[in-house]
Design a protein around this ligand. Structure first.
Ligand SMILES: [Zn+2]
Length: 241
């Protein structure tokens, strides 16, 4: 993919995630520069709903901005750590979505695959506990490479990792898949919370979750095209490359 188109899609992804309520003034999305690259594209530190193509910059494998001069996100090490650990991951979203947060705070209640659009939550583990690495006085942010590596180890081979008192991070084999999973993690949390208000939910079996995940993996472009139409964003011809 041309780098200009890849930058445009990161800008679009940022705006989609803001429009869908997954990101607010905070949170971020990235993608690898190329499928094999350790470097990745991510905006400079700014509100996701305002990202333009020119704000999307190359970060090296350590998470530093190669283009120079711009202010990077404090938590760019989430992305760098996961890309280093997971060659299958092409894109990453980090969110503080309010509907997911309760499941990152109450150890007794696990976020699970509850409906067919969230089969990817099937193997979700317990939240990442940053105090094991930063003590009990940290700001909870993944603010250096060591914490990024620790988060990546906790994620393992999963699609999503919850972060205690903070939010969650999700990965995908494409930018569209990472965006889809971020949005549907938020929706799944809403559904599970509602279901728990009226009784004991019956969750998907492991086999159902895997089958549902395979099916939705083929539906990414439909959702992406819809979400694009809901943006008030008209990049110039030059920005489109
Ligand atoms: Zn964060």
């Amino acid at each position: 993919m041309e780098i200009s188109l890849a930058r445009l899609e990161v800008a679009q992804a940022s705006r989609i995630l803001y429009a869908q309520g997954v990101l607010d003034a905070f949170g971020h999305v990235s993608r690898r520069c190329t499928a094999e690259s350790g470097a990745f594209l991510m905006s400079r530190s700014m509100a996701p709903g305002l990202v333009e193509v020119a704000d999307v910059l190359v970060h090296n494998a350590e998470g530093e901005i190669a283009d120079g001069g711009a202010n990077p996100f404090l938590e760019r090490f989430i992305h760098a750590g996961i890309y280093r650990a997971r060659s299958d991951v092409q894109a990453i979203v980090h969110s503080h979505c309010p509907s997911v947060l309760p499941f990152a705070m109450v150890p007794e209640v696990r976020l699970r695959s509850i409906c067919h659009t969230c089969g990817f939550l099937n193997t979700l583990g317990i939240p990442f506990e940053i105090s094991q690495f930063s003590g009990d006085s940290s700001n909870l942010l993944i603010s250096n490479g060591g914490l990024g590596d620790a988060l990546a180890r906790h994620l393992g081979a999963d699609a999503v990792v919850l972060m205690r008192g903070h939010g969650f991070t999700t990965v995908g084999a494409s930018l569209q898949e990472a965006v889809f999973r971020a949005i549907y993690t938020g929706l799944a949390a809403q559904v599970q919370m509602a279901a728990m208000q009226i009784g004991q939910p019956r969750y998907l079996s492991a086999g159902e979750a895997e089958a549902c995940d395979r099916t939705t993996a083929g539906q990414m472009s439909r959702a992406w095209e819809l979400w694009l139409t809901q943006l008030n964003y008209s990049p110039t011809a030059a920005e489109k490359g």
